[in-house]
Design a protein around this ligand. Sequence first.
Ligand SMILES: Cc1cc2nc3c(=O)[nH]c(=O)nc-3n(C[C@H](O)[C@H](O)[C@H](O)COP(=O)(O)OP(=O)(O)OC[C@H]3O[C@@H](n4cnc5c(N)ncnc54)[C@H](O)[C@@H]3O)c2cc1C
Length: 354
Amino acid sequence: MSSSSLPTAADVVIIGGGFAGVATAWALARRGVTDVVLLEREAALGKHASGRGAGLGRQLVDTDATTALTVRGAALLRGPLADAWCETGSVLGFADTAEADAYAARAARFGVPVERMDRVADGELGRRWPGLAGAAPAAALHVPTDGVIDVVRLLAQLEAAIDARVFTDAAVLGLEGGRAAGEPHLVRTARGTISARVVVEATGAWAGQLLGAPPLTVVKRHLFVVEDSAGTTAGPWLWQLGAQELYVRRHADGTLSSACDATPAAPGDYAVESGAEAAFRARLATAQPDLARAALVRAWACVRTFTRDRQMKLARDSSRPWLVWAIGLGGHGATASPAIGEAVAAAVVDALEG
Ligand SMILES: Cc1cc2nc3c(=O)[nH]c(=O)nc-3n(C[C@H](O)[C@H](O)[C@H](O)COP(=O)(O)OP(=O)(O)OC[C@H]3O[C@@H](n4cnc5c(N)ncnc54)[C@H](O)[C@@H]3O)c2cc1C
């Protein structure tokens, strides 16, 4: 939905039209909160991290707190948002068997079915899924209920289901007023000023520029689509964890892969760095030699944003009761997005009532 003239007031103003902002609007609509305005600086939603991810729907991640969000997110992706989800399964590869044990224990805690693979060193992955031939981590877990997310379709699906009035080309320039209890906050944008009872900060890598967010780390990552020269068939995607981290998944145009680079960066819009493709091919040379030689279809770069403790911040500000954070989504914001929306919407309702 899109409107041309900015209203002068709304119960809730959401700043940022990536997964954090759009999923919050979606979850607010499901709770019956409809006087919502979403403001996005770009000409369309999802132009930054949310539209440029790898689309890996990974439920088991490095902490229980984030796993709670990704598991709930995947459940919603299989349910009301299923048009954007394809259940391919995944294989998580580990350099260290103790880490595989920790992930298996996490899977048990969250009720995620996994199959421990015992003969990976002996080529078990390639025998079962020819596309993963070459990968021989020390240990592996097959997660049959993981999947692939069509991120563009997911954003469109979330947007179609929201009641919020969405304004693009609407950069927020600053916030004013609202010092006294109950006084509305004035959100100043390039297209006019709007007063809001509650403001949601969902500006991704730019969080903090308006409201002084907690310290964030922004890191750049490259993704590559190469021709599927190995003639691989459908099957689970692979995420090899540890020092030689990489991931590989089938893609409409070939095979999508990343060497999981994470170079510190400022918030921004990035082109592919010179040298990134060579580094990517070098990383794949041992684990995926066919892919390491395959012709490039396309490549892109984008940034991921983490809080200092790497936990997403989806909560009311401790000293500004009118402000709700939806920041630090890191590398799992697509999978977790519907659950992120639910958590932030709960905090918004709390702020509206409090
Ligand atoms: C290369 C890469 C691969 C990834 N792969 C996966 C994956 O496989 N699986 C997965 O689950 N997740 C993945 N992710 C993570 C996921 O994409 C992010 O966690 C998520 O998209 C972050 O969403 P966001 O809304 O916080 O940020 P963004 O998508 O960046 O949205 C923030 C929005 O705020 C807007 N904005 C900023 N300042 C203002 C302002 N002043 N006024 C108005 N608007 C403003 C920006 O224009 C932007 O559109 C990946 C990310 C990257 C970069």
